[in-house]
Design a protein around this ligand. Sequence first.
Ligand SMILES: *[C@@H]1O[C@H](CO)[C@@H](O)[C@H](O)[C@H]1NC(C)=O
Ligand SMILES: *[C@@H]1O[C@H](CO)[C@@H](O)[C@H](O)[C@H]1NC(C)=O
Length: 241
Amino acid sequence: MRPSLLSNLVVAVSAFAVSANKYKPCSLDGVDIIGRLPDTITPPMAHLTLSFVTAAIGTQNYTCSPNNNYTLVGAVAEVYDISCLAKSDEFTTVQDKLIGLWKSAPVGVTPHQVTSSSPETNANPLLGYHYFVPNPLGQPGNSPKWDFTSTGAFYGNEEAFVTAARFTGDTAPTGKQDIDWVGTNAIDPAGLLAAQVYRTDTREGQPPSECRSGESPDIQVKYACKYWFYGSAVPAESGWA
Ligand SMILES: *[C@@H]1O[C@H](CO)[C@@H](O)[C@H](O)[C@H]1NC(C)=O
Ligand SMILES: *[C@@H]1O[C@H](CO)[C@@H](O)[C@H](O)[C@H]1NC(C)=O
């Protein structure tokens, strides 16, 4: 099982490299997060349009707090355009497919290798990365960032990122094992990738309920989700060249 998985991965990764430049996003006309959010979550601002719809896999990182529970210290994830799935049945289940592949991947297999190994997800190009940075306004703590500047269609466009802060959210409708659904507002004016970013369709990513302060190591918990980017001011023609 393992050797054939790995050789499939190698083939898939090379195929991806050749075809990446030819990718064109599919139209998002008629696709919206409205109607998919629970009533408890504030929807995106009405004047903003959906610029990107993506699927992501990665880890939520936690450290054991003095209260003997885990607190979030960051996350690292790869973000894939799924605009071409948006009007298909696969759109509903893409995060299930991804979390299944990701959780069963051997140690050392990267998120990119995981998505490339699946015919359903290999067609979806990598747009960028999600991770945390120090709060850009100088406030305490770290802030989530989505960065499309270093790979993919917006490679080299220094404005193709968004750093944001949560302003709305709720527990996942699918259960306690899944991280919250949230809405965030952009807080760094240098980043034009989106005005608002939403996280929905979360799968897993929660830490164990307890730990022992000073003894339990930091942990990374695998997760998958969708990220929705509203109100991009990064010109479409700067990408997909
Ligand atoms: C950790 O425990 C403290 C004290 O009981 C509580 O206030 C806090 O909300 C908990 N944090 C998490 C992430 O559960
Ligand atoms: C989170 O964990 C990943 C491994 O999945 C690691 O590469 C990254 O540096 C960690 N980031 C933080 C902020 O802990």
